[in-house]
Design a protein around this ligand. Structure first.
Ligand code: XIL
Length: 466
């Protein structure tokens, strides 16, 4: 089957997935397939992208290379928290929109970067903590992912949440101090806001099997076993001189958990640059679920690694040896993507069965009926406490607001909640929407959550539309 037919077949099987549709479009129009990075990658069912800056879209040399070579773009800074919500509750999408519009006009896909990160937060968020920060962060995820719903093939939902060094644990940050479940809450919140985007965890210094990548691996395995909606892991791959010998094996072990892998911020400084670009590219092609590569900038002069010349084009826009090595690797074989990227939750089950059973399966069947709303709950229970994630789904008509009722068993007291208002902290609790998540389209969902002491068994939420 030709690659175009293969992607189209995937499309027919899996529904109109945004990424597959875009790739099919890119491939159908790729008259230059094999002679550009994007064209050659598309021949292998993958994308080849670049991080770009809105401020450079007036630079002719830059835009000529961008339009010729790449079929995916990542805003280098324009979708970060400080850029999109400089004042709490006031969202500014002008620069990000410039990039999205440039891409849309040319059949390029957009990789969203990043919904939550400890760095490049607005000052107002840096100064927050606890429930206020948790609520603000999830509001941010909801608002940004909703604004761009349908336009983003993959979101970096959470960036760089693991610590460097030997422990394999989380990085300390204001977000981490809101509770260890902040990452899974962010993924559930992002899924509810944009069910069509692939949801990625993204990090650096994860280029081989090491303590940090293993910490992330364990988190992804846990998420998959408990149904937390994660679709992919991004490997930033900011490299110098070499790439670990187990780079491909490391990508593969993540893929074997049932997630896609993507190389998200590739740049390579130092010696052996061309050879290392070739090795990294071949590694992605050799892993069936490695769905694309993004380089972190276009010309050396565009790189954040000032003076290190880690990219594929020199400051004048000429192709470097690293470019040729990358293009040759893309044209040189490897496997084709066996599971075309699709929209929505992954269609393929994990290849390795989850090792730990879900701590608690969803406890309640949907209640209510068409026209109203239903509520289901997923529990993460431990000895003495739990986090409940409640999913509110509109029936056959859109709703403008909702009220969910839960009955907490005696001994259970809510300590922390996000994305809903509550009437009480124990006993029968009414949860009502906050301003940004009351309106839910027919058949669509939103989520809120809370943390409580005691046990969450038998919560049985019911939903009323308002
Ligand atoms: C960098 C940008 O390239 C710079 O322009 C900015 O000043 C700082 O951030 N990891 C990431 C990216 O996830 O967002 C960072 O981008 C580079 C490291």
């Amino acid at each position: 089957m030709t690659p175009t037919k293969r992607v189209r077949a995937g499309l027919a099987l899996t529904g109109a997935g945004a990424i597959a549709a875009c790739l099919a479009m890119v491939m159908a129009s790729a008259a230059s397939a094999g002679t550009t990075l994007g064209g050659a990658a598309a021949e292998k069912g993958r994308y080849f992208g670049a991080a770009i800056a809105a401020g450079k879209l007036g630079d002719n040399t830059y835009v000529t290379i961008l339009n010729r070579e790449f079929n995916s773009v990542t805003p280098e800074n324009e979708m970060k928290w400080a850029s999109t919500e400089p004042t709490q509750g006031t969202f500014t999408f002008g620069n990000a929109d410039r990039i999205v519009n440039h891409a849309a006009g040319r059949g390029m896909m957009v990789r969203g970067h990043t919904l939550l990160w400890h760095a490049q937060q607005p000052g107002w968020a840096e100064g927050m903590s606890g429930t206020a920060l948790r609520n603000a962060a999830m509001n941010h995820v909801t608002r940004v992912a909703t604004y761009y719903r349908g336009k983003i093939h993959t979101w970096d939902v959470v960036n760089e949440a693991f610590a460097d060094g030997g422990g394999g644990g989380r990085r300390d940050s204001n977000l981490q101090r809101t509770g260890n479940d902040w990452i899974e809450v962010a993924f559930r919140t992002a899924r509810a806001a944009d069910p069509g985007a692939r949801l990625c965890y993204n990090d650096y210094n994860t280029d081989g099997v090491n303590a940090k990548s293993t910490g992330i691996y364990n988190m992804v395995r846990d998420f998959k076993s408990r149904g937390v909606p994660i679709d992919c892991v991004g490997f930033q791959s900011h490299l110098t001189n070499s790439v670990p010998g187990d780079y491909q094996a490391n990508l593969q072990r993540f893929a074997d958990l049932g997630v896609d892998v993507q190389i998200t911020e590739l740049d390579i400084a130092g010696a052996n640059q061309a050879a290392v670009y070739g090795t990294v590219t071949r590694a992605c092609l050799a892993v069936a679920r490695c769905t694309g590569i993004t380089v972190w900038g276009i010309r050396d002069s565009d790189s954040w690694r000032t003076g290190q010349n880690p990219l594929l084009f020199d400051g004048s826009g000429n192709k470097k040896a690293a470019y040729t090595a990358t293009l040759d690797a893309l044209n040189g074989g490897g496997t084709t993507v066996t599971t075309p990227p699709t929209s929505g939750p992954p269609t393929t089950p994990p290849t390795t069965p989850p090792t730990t059973p879900p701590t608690t399966p969803p406890t309640t069947p949907p209640t209510g009926g068409p026209g109203g709303c239903t509520a289901t709950v997923t529990l993460n229970q431990w000895n003495g406490g739990f986090v409940a994630t409640v999913r509110v789904t509109a029936g056959s008509s859109a709703i403008n607001g909702w009220r969910v009722t839960t009955t907490l068993p005696s001994g259970a007291t809510v300590s922390n909640a996000w994305s809903a208002n509550r009437s009480a902290s124990s006993g029968t609790v009414q949860w009502t929407n906050v301003d940004y998540n009351g309106r839910v389209a027919a058949g669509q969902s939103t989520e809120f959550g809370f943390q409580s002491s005691g046990t969450g068994a038998g919560l049985a939420p019911t939903c009323t539309a308002s």
